[in-house]
Design a protein around this ligand. Structure first.
Ligand SMILES: Cc1cc2nc3c(=O)[nH]c(=O)nc-3n(C[C@H](O)[C@H](O)[C@H](O)COP(=O)(O)OP(=O)(O)OC[C@H]3O[C@@H](n4cnc5c(N)ncnc54)[C@H](O)[C@@H]3O)c2cc1C
Length: 451
């Protein structure tokens, strides 16, 4: 005979959570928390979701282009970002190369270089491409392989690694200025947003180990086939609504005390997080950590031609300030001619130049890399500038990046600038959102009430 129970049944109540910031980090955290049963409100200061990945319309004659604030690419190894795309139901709106394949053109010489992986296991998969890479001398080709293997062995998690400059490390490993330009910076500047000389060895090792040295398919490049706003912000608005998240747009949070929530994920920019949550970020960080971490700009030059000037989805450039050039025609909805975007990272010297100066300076470089542009009519030229595109990935930046957990069990941090180990990327942002949600759930969910 069982004893009569006098206890009331236990109810499990999930906490009310506020997520501040509707970039990829905030979107990820909000979805993960809602999926775990939390009652989530997401506050975004701007009128749309997506943060640093967004798009805007631009009229050109009787056509309307959808322009991204900056070209974004990802790699096959960006597993968390790709899981977010799946969760948003937009995986069908991106393309990933079957096999890493980058055409590299020169602004000074005729010919085509190619960085293409073979079917061999990593790191041999790039051996053939490097052995025949047109833009390196035979001696540099010989020296680049042992340097790549040595980079694969660097302990990227050791603090001493983060204090070193990638440029110094490359010089110590026999890399000439040409090898730095035509191989290491070709990839590194676009992924780190700084040249090797100004990058942390730990962040560079992360990019090259995870992308190029560990798994053969890891560096296959992916990109969106639709405007970023559609891929991220609009898809997220629907997914969040379906998950029961209360999304408030145009809702800048001024103080965390104003939020009616038991727990908060601060997924803003770093300076804003320092302002909102500075008092609960552990002392190990200097008080001015966000200023010290700083930010680095990216600009995109947008050129619309009356005809096709580029046959490939994208090319990279050496002997040229262009870095990477993307065909945006179909994504943007252009019906006549071709729209190309030139993505220039680490654009400190360019970000404040007037459009006319950039046009005068860069159109000849586009014509040098894409000779068919010389005969084409340039129908439109405009510039997008993101002054605070990423944090500065300088040596020593690792110790300035705060962890997800703060000294308050109520407050968690997310954002590409938190201590993810990744440079400021979409993958880093999504990982930070996952980490914040997981830490919050581990600490606070579900609350037992009514027992
Ligand atoms: C031009 C450009 C090109 C890039 N290229 C690539 C690329 O090719 N590949 C790649 O992986 N990454 C790239 N990145 C980096 C990537 O976009 C970012 O790392 C990522 O989007 C950051 O997401 P986040 O959520 O951490 O931050 P954010 O996108 O900055 O989101 C923070 C959000 O918080 C909101 N907010 C701030 N303060 C408040 C407040 N007080 N109350 C409410 N809301 C607030 C902001 O409005 C913003 O929406 C690029 C970035 C730029 C700008």
């Amino acid at each position: 005979m069982s004893a009569p129970s006098s206890a009331r049944p236990t109810a499990r109540r999930h906490p009310r959570v506020a997520v501040v910031g509707g970039g990829l980090a905030g979107i990820t955290a909000a979805l993960r928390l809602a999926d775990a049963g939390c009652r989530v409100t997401l506050h975004e200061a701007k009128p749309k979701l997506g943060g640093l990945t967004h798009s805007f319309p631009r009229d050109l004659g009787d056509e309307r282009l959808w322009v991204d604030n900056g070209q974004h690419v990802f790699l096959r190894c960006c597993t968390s970002y790709r899981a977010l795309l799946d969760r948003l139901g937009v995986t069908g709106q991106v393309t990933i190369q079957d096999r890493l394949d980058v055409t590299v053109l020169s602004g000074a010489y005729v010919g085509t270089g190619r960085l293409r992986r073979s079917g061999l296991p990593a790191p041999l998969h790039l051996g053939a491409a490097l052995a025949t890479y047109r833009w390196l001398s035979p001696l540099d080709r010989l020296k680049v392989v042992p340097a790549a293997l040595a980079l694969g062995r660097v302990d990227r998690k050791a603090p001493v690694t983060d204090d070193q400059s990638f440029g110094d490390w490359l010089a110590r490993h026999g890399q000439s200025d040409r090898a730095v330009e035509a191989v290491w910076d070709l990839i590194g500047v676009a992924t780190l947003n700084a040249p090797a000389a100004r990058s942390s060895l730990a962040l560079a090792a992360t990019v090259f180990q995870l992308g190029l040295l560990d798994e053969p398919g890891a560096a296959d490049i992916g990109w969106s086939d639709v405007p970023l706003q559609q891929l991220h912000g609009d898809a997220a608005a629907k997914a969040l609504a379906d998950a029961g998240v209360d999304v408030r747009l145009g809702a800048k949070v001024v103080s965390l005390d104003d939020l009616d929530a038991e727990a908060v994920v601060v997924a803003t920019t770093a300076p804003e997080a320092a302002r909102l949550a500075g008092d609960v970020i552990p002392d190990a960080h200097p008080a001015d950590w966000a200023d010290e971490l700083g930010s680095a700009p990216i600009i995109n030059l947008h050129l619309v031609y009356d005809r096709t000037v580029l046959d490939e989805p994208f090319v990279a450039a050496v002997d040229s300030p262009l870095q990477w050039v993307f065909d945006r025609t179909a994504h943007a909805g252009l019906r006549q001619g071709q729209y190309v975007a030139v993505s220039i990272s680490a654009a400190d010297q360019l970000v404040d130049l007037p459009v006319a100066t950039l046009r005068e300076r860069f159109v000849p470089h586009v014509e040098a890399v894409l000779p068919r542009a010389r005969d084409a009519e340039l129908r439109d030229f405009f510039v997008t500038r993101e002054r605070h595109a990423t944090f500065r990935p300088a040596p020593g930046s690792g110790r300035l990046r705060p962890a997800t957990r703060t000294t308050s069990a109520r407050v968690y941090l997310a954002g590409a600038w938190t201590a993810t180990g990744w440079p400021a990327t979409m993958e880093g942002a999504v990982r930070s959102g996952e980490a914040a949600a997981d830490a919050l759930l581990e600490t606070r969910s579900p609350l037992e009430v009514g027992a």
